[in-house]
Design a protein. Structure first.
Length: 383
């Protein structure tokens, strides 16, 4: 098989893997910090498997201290960025946080790759692709607003989720009520009684039905600083997520291989999670802070997070391997168009189209077209 064809197949596989992470997060329907723990374990476990499979290459990275540093740096950026992103979604919702994160990640990330690989890129098509992606992100935000308006007008039917587990209702747009609010920085009151804290597996419908959008909105009206904190975390997430892929190009230049870099990144990601989440939990337990109830979750919810972490790690490995044939800038930029896959999950699994207005469907269709145009322009940008 032609190497460029194989590279594109690997890149498109990574696109599908990254685009499915949002659906796994939604299906878990737990507090974002619990999902992130399982997610990080999935990343770390995948890194350990790769470390065994490519042991000689991993050992060789010890002779390239600069390469090891870039792997650790990539893990810190990936972990911190994902934490900020998930926390921002909980605080201000995906309709606001997602465009901010994606806009910054695509703009700053593309600029960084251009600085590292300018001789191998045609700037015109690359800029055109960037404009298409930003336009698609804006259309996605408009579509989510329309879908949210439709949700307020009529309750969608219930349905079972992935793997037969209870799920949030179909018809709700992706990103709506993905995580159970846990009172981050005292923005939200807790909606569960301690009577249910011993449940081995909390029914997801009960979690969703207990959430009160009106109450949450009133609380945010009283505390606008919570929304500002959410936006700031979205900005931080966009910046951090822009940097980690560039670490691979720098590590390879320093003498590392893709497996060695990814093992270092994955273990750094897991270690960062093991440090940052306890620090955050201690902060929330400070004097005067509201304490979340002890919420039991089923093993399937942990499974969603673990699979999501493994999917992200495998997608990253495939992207960088594909980059050896089609260029790392092209591969990463195409994989960052993963919202196309997330939108298809929303339409065909979560049933967003069931209650979507014609205008919302037009926004979604235009968004998919712009992402398709962006992928074609990114391919043309390779000199």
């Amino acid at each position: 098989m032609n190497s460029s064809v194989a590279g594109w197949l690997l890149c498109l596989t990574a696109l599908c893997l990254w685009g499915s992470i949002g659906t796994l997060a939604k299906a878990s329907a737990v507090q974002w910090s619990l999902f992130f723990k399982a997610y990080s374990v999935g990343v770390g476990a995948s890194a350990m498997v790769l470390a065994v499979a490519a042991a000689p290459e991993v050992r060789a990275i010890g002779g390239h201290r600069g390469a090891a540093f870039y792997g650790i740096f990539g893990g810190l950026c990936g972990c911190g960025g994902s934490m900020c992103f998930l926390s921002s979604i909980e605080m201000v919702g995906v309709t606001l946080s997602y465009p901010v994160v994606m806009g910054i990640e695509m703009t700053l990330g593309t600029f960084l790759f251009y600085l590292l690989d300018r001789d191998a890129l045609n700037v015109g098509p690359l800029l055109g692709a960037l404009l298409c992606v930003l336009g698609a992100v804006a259309l996605d935000a408009l579509a989510q607003l329309r879908l949210a308006d439709n949700e307020r007008r009529g309750a969608p039917p219930e349905a079972d989720g992935l793997l037969g587990a209870p799920a949030v209702k179909r018809g709700r747009s992706l990103g709506k009520v993905e995580f159970l609010p846990e009172g981050d920085d005292d923005e939200l009151d807790y909606v569960f009684d301690s009577d249910h804290s011993d449940d081995a597996c909390v029914p997801i419908e009960r979690l969703v039905d207990a959430l009160s959008p009106t109450k949450t909105k009133n609380q945010w009206d009283d505390k606008p600083q919570g929304a500002r904190r959410g936006v700031r975390r979205a900005v931080a997430a966009g910046v951090l997520l822009s940097f980690w892929p560039a670490g691979e190009a720098l590590a390879v230049d320093a003498g590392a291989t893709v497996p060695a870099f990814m093992v270092t990144l994955g273990l750094s990601h897991l270690l960062s999670c093991l440090i940052l989440l306890p620090v955050r939990a201690a902060y929330l337990r400070r004097s005067g802070s509201k304490q979340p109830p002890s919420v039991g979750i089923c093993s399937a919810a942990w499974g969603y997070g673990f699979v999501a972490g493994a999917a992200w790690f495998c997608g990253a490995v495939l992207v960088f391997i594909a980059g050896e044939d089609i260029g790392v800038t092209v591969a990463v930029s195409v994989a960052r168009c993963s919202p196309t896959v997330a939108a298809l999950w929303g339409l065909f699994y979560w049933g967003e189209a069931e209650h979507a207005s014609p205008r919302a469907l037009a926004y979604i269709g235009a968004m998919l077209c712009l992402y398709g145009a962006a992928i074609l322009l990114i391919a043309r940008s390779a000199a």
